[in-house]
Design a protein around this ligand. Structure first.
Ligand SMILES: [Zn+2]
Ligand SMILES: [Zn+2]
Length: 163
């Protein structure tokens, strides 16, 4: 059986730039991807924000050039971070660390926004101990981190604190 999905000729070469945007097209962007790596976050806030789990790429803020920025609405989802979404269609656009520190201004970009989300590498799952037992991603070899692992690795940047 042949795979019907289009495969970009340059998709194996990183860094590379990929375009993407929201459901309605009011917000578009180009993202420079240094690596093909992406991960899943199973924390309660990402679960509610996306309706499932956040599959995202961690990028420095400067890696993304936005178009239609006037349509980006923001919610300060915790003391640590804000989440951007399209004010017209509601698509979640990014999670951005607003607190100072090593992770300041870093963005988690949902890979589902990319026009072509193929050819990427699923490398990690965080808050794995918060994932509902109703589903699990197939495959093995990913780095799995619990909430406690994350608190130790990221210096206490936890959006679920106080919930
Ligand atoms: Zn939109
Ligand atoms: Zn999360």
């Amino acid at each position: 059986m042949t795979d019907p999905r289009p495969v970009a000729a340059a998709s194996a070469i990183f860094p590379q730039t990929r375009p993407g945007g929201c459901l309605c097209g009011a917000v578009r962007f180009e993202a420079v991807l240094a690596t093909p790596d992406f991960g899943a976050c199973h924390c309660e806030m990402c679960r509610r924000w996306t309706g499932s789990a956040l599959l995202g790429m961690s990028l420095p803020a400067g890696a993304i050039t936005w178009h239609g920025e006037e349509h980006i609405a923001r919610i300060q989802s915790s003391d640590w971070a804000e989440r951007g979404f399209c004010s017209r269609c509601g698509s979640g656009l990014y999670y951005r660390v607003t607190a100072p520190g090593a992770a300041a201004q870093r963005i988690e970009l949902p890979i589902g926004l990319l026009d072509d989300a193929g050819g990427l590498t699923f490398t990690n799952e965080i808050y794995i101990d918060h994932k509902p037992d109703s589903y699990a991603y197939a495959g093995a070899g990913r780095k799995l981190m619990t909430r406690q692992d994350c608190l130790e690795a990221f210096g206490g940047l936890d959006e679920t604190d106080g919930k």
